[in-house]
Design a protein around this ligand. Structure first.
Ligand SMILES: Nc1ncnc2c1ncn2[C@@H]1O[C@H](COP(=O)(O)OP(=O)(O)OP(=O)(O)O)[C@@H](O)[C@H]1O
Length: 259
């Protein structure tokens, strides 16, 4: 059964101060199976974030509808876990308290919230940092915390918008492995927006390529690399062939998008 159905979802932003409206997203249809890991690639401004924000209920669609487990999405909710590129932790809370934060809404007693948070801190490699505050953490550790916070709530779907975009290459690579490891163990349904072709192939079970603005889906390519995927898979023949194909797809769109 489909976990998520995005049905002819489009977005037009009204023009500000008499300007023309902006079409950010052409009517787009995408069906996501339970436990799928969809990487969404596309040139800057093609509407990737807009699509993700509509699924997250942070933005309303101008047309079409989003169904999650058969129910229409009508706003934000704890059944969707969001992680953004910029660090969004509460600076006055520790790592453990940040991870536990969303669990309040579930009405769990504090001891249980903190236990779940400690467990998730361990799963993202932050066991020794539960009492640290965000300003004491590197960017990578802050994003580990944000991912743990999103997952601690046990959402139906995880929505990641360039979560590793601000990290250096080495950290980014470690974060990809961590996220993929969690997915391989826990089997979550994930929508993951990225600019990075290699990242999309490494983590994704499908790569969806969007066209230049206003975006629509121009290719939907299964990644048939086996799991578990060690980072060395990035130099395998299959990986390199898929990367070459995607470079061509994206290049055409970046050229079409213009400077
Ligand atoms: N609130 C808004 N009001 C008006 N226009 C907007 C708004 N949000 C986004 N847009 C426009 O919609 C288009 C799509 O934006 P969006 O951020 O979804 O693209 P993106 O593919 O995620 O880009 P990037 O990869 O650069 O983050 C862009 O032209 C953007 O300027």
């Amino acid at each position: 059964m489909s976990k998520l159905v995005i049905e002819n979802v489009g977005k037009v932003f009204p023009g500000q101060h008499g300007a023309e409206p902006t079409r950010a997203l052409m009517p787009t249809t995408l069906t996501v199976a339970d436990n799928d890991f969809i990487a969404i690639l596309g040139p800057s401004g093609c509407g990737k974030s807009t699509l993700l924000r509509i699924v997250g209920g942070l933005e309303s669609a101008s047309e079409g509808r989003v169904m999650l487990d058969g129910a229409a999405v009508a706003g934000p909710g704890a059944d969707r876990g969001f992680v953004f590129q910029s660090y969004t932790l509460f600076p006055w809370l520790t790592v453990q308290q940040n991870i536990a934060f969303g669990l309040r809404e579930k009405g769990l007693p504090e001891a249980e919230r903190l236990k779940i948070a400690r467990d998730w801190a361990g799963r993202v490699g932050l066991s020794g940092f539960v009492d640290h505050f965000p300003k004491q953490l590197s960017g990578g550790m802050q994003q580990r915390t944000a991912i743990a916070r999103a997952l601690a709530n046990d959402p139906k779907i995880l929505l990641l918008d360039e979560p590793f975009g601000a990290l250096d290459n080495q950290t980014r690579s470690l974060m990809q492995e961590m996220l993929l490891g969690i997915w391989e163990r826990e089997r979550k349904t994930v929508l993951f927006v990225t600019h990075d072709i290699e990242e999309a192939i490494f983590v994704g079970s499908r790569v969806v390529v969007m066209s230049a603005r206003p975006g629509r889906i121009k290719a939907d390519i299964p990644v048939e690399l086996p799991h578990p995927r060690p980072y060395t898979i990035k130099t395998s023949r299959e990986f390199v062939a898929l990367k070459e194909r995607l470079v061509e797809e994206i290049r055409a769109e970046v050229v079409a998008a213009g400077p």
